[in-house]
Design a protein around this ligand. Structure first.
Ligand code: XMP
Length: 500
């Protein structure tokens, strides 16, 4: 199969670039700049952007053999600067940096079959100030900076065609793939599944793999994929902390086992409720849940004698954990990203690390996982622990599970499939009401429904009034402990999706 190699120079958009290529039906691998290998199946090279300047002392470079070979190269931003420098042109610190939306005018729009002026996404300080021999300018930014060059076979762009703000970005990439590299459009997600299965077989050999499974989309897809590769040498551990949605402690193990994943189920809910008793600080609750989860998991995992730990890390987790390790921008400690124990001496296995959420869903369907599971909403690792405000006990968890299930049922019955995430929150308040002519004094619950892409930002979902009315009526009649139902109309930012 024809393949495109993206060489990663550290751009935050590298994986997006790989994704755009996959969307066009072309096999693509991402290789690190210092270890790239080009085999005979490679039909094109794309050099990503990156945070460095090509003149920095330790700037990542490109072996000139790649530029001299017959394989077409597309350089993007830093990749463009590298090509130019390596081929004897000149790159300088720009007089003005260009960031964000920037107009670009094509002198030869017919090359890419795009309009002569498009809006693009720029993010650069350096610029091309001298062309390599044989190259010509085919596009300039409205600020007069070189935005596109070619020698007829290789191309370089100053802007990012992979970012969706760039108009005709996918068309530009498609032109390079199909008209310049002449690759065939023959990659499908089933190929990805097969490649990963082979890779897992090779890496794991006859050893054992252990995984913490919660029934979430990512860990389930990773587990089913791994089970296809190594069968029952994968053991999933399902830790029930008592803070799952209603009936999940029964349904999740059943579903995973039906998908061929060997599973150990541990009911640790007593331990969690005991440790959480009287604790109301949100970060403290997360910490307790996270730590005890690991402790329970570790105890089980030790008995399995595994060499690998499988995690359903996906690309947005990689971005988020990188961002949160950078400095102070950690907003909440997401316990299931990264942090399982080092002293267990397990190597990490992360077969879906390069995929975006919607690609994971497509892969899940390809693996035969039911849509009720593949399309399920995200659910936080600490579960209802971050939806019971104030201190937590088993009774409050029971009440919230009932309320949450009623709300989700109402949304389902109304056919509101496009809600990205919806749930109920139990507030540490009671309010006065009247039920059957008697004074009542019940809990306040808040319902929340949001629209989001990847959870980084969100807007509250306008659930139709009749659906809210029905949910409120059912909740207050079926859950007698609840006296009042409110609906959360706050976006993220300024709020977060979860209340804690
Ligand atoms: P926030 O509340 O940060 O949530 O706006 C964004 C998305 O992340 C989920 N979330 C978590 N997921 N472990 C997780 O796996 C966690 O600790 C956690 N906290 C929040 C949240 O449900 C939403 O989808």
């Amino acid at each position: 199969m024809d393949r495109i190699v993206v060489i990663d120079y550290g751009s935050q958009y590298t994986m997006l670039l790989a994704r755009r290529i996959r969307e066009l039906g072309v096999l693509c691998t991402v290789e690190q700049a210092d270890s790239v290998r080009v085999d005979s199946d490679v039909k094109g090279l794309i050099l990503s952007g990156g945070p460095q300047s090509v003149y920095e002392p330790n700037a990542l470079s490109l072996s000139s053999e790649f530029l001299d070979s017959s394989i077409p190269v597309l350089g993007i931003c830093y990749g463009m600067h590298l090509m130019v420098k390596q081929l004897g042109g000149e790159v300088s610190k720009g007089s003005k940096a260009e960031y964000g939306l920037t107009g670009v005018v094509f002198a030869e729009p017919e090359i890419f079959n795009v309009p002569s002026r498009i809006t693009t996404w720029m993010s650069h300080g350096d610029e091309v100030t001298g062309l390599p021999k044989g190259y010509r300018v085919i596009a300039q930014s409205v600020g007069g900076i070189v935005a596109g060059i070619t020698d007829g076979r290789n191309f370089a762009l100053q802007f990012h065609p992979e970012v969706h703000h760039t108009q005709f970005g996918s068309d530009l990439i498609a032109h390079f793939l199909f008209n310049v590299c002449k690759v065939s459009r023959d990659w499908r997600i089933s190929d990805f599944a097969q490649e990963q299965i082979e890779k897992i077989k090779k890496i794991v050999g006859t050893k054992r793999v252990v995984a913490g499974l919660s029934g979430g989309v990512d860990s389930t897809v990773a587990a089913v994929l791994t089970a296809r590769a190594i069968g029952n040498r994968l053991t999933g551990i399902f830790v029930n902390h008592g803070l799952m949605r209603k009936n999940e402690e029964i349904e999740v193990p059943r579903t995973l086992e039906a998908l061929g994943v060997k599973l150990i189920t541990v009911d640790a809910s007593d331990l969690f409720f005991e440790k959480l008793k009287g604790v109301s600080d949100p970060e403290m609750k997360r910490k307790i849940i996270g730590e005890n989860f690991i402790r329970v998991f570790e105890k089980q995992a030790k008995e399995i004698d595994a060499d690998f730990l499988l995690q359903g890390t996906i690309y947005s987790d990689v971005i988020e954990s990188a961002a949160s390790s950078r400095s102070s921008d950690k907003i909440k400690s997401h316990h299931n990203v990264g942090g399982l124990p080092e002293e267990m001496n397990l190597s990490l296995l992360e077969p879906i690390r390069e995929l975006f959420k919607d690609e994971v869903r497509v892969l899940g369907r390809e693996l035969g996982i039911a849509s009720s599971l593949v399309d399920r909403q995200p659910f936080p690792g600490p579960g209802l622990g971050v939806r019971i405000l104030g201190d937590i006990d088993r009774e409050k968890a029971r009440i919230l599970k009932e309320v949450d299930a009623i709300f989700l049922n109402c949304l389902n019955e109304a056919g509101l499939k496009s809600v990205w995430q919806a749930f109920a929150v139990l507030l540490p308040l009671r309010s006065v009401g009247v039920k059957g002519d008697r004074r009542a004094y019940g809990y306040v619950v808040s319902l929340r429904a949001v629209h989001s892409a990847e959870g980084m930002t969100a807007s509250w979902y306008e659930v139709p009034h009749d659906v809210l009315r029905e949910a409120s009526a059912r909740i207050t009649s079926q859950v007698p402990e609840v006296g009042r139902v409110v609906f959360d109309i706050t976006d993220k930012p300024p709020a977060t999706i979860e209340w804690e």
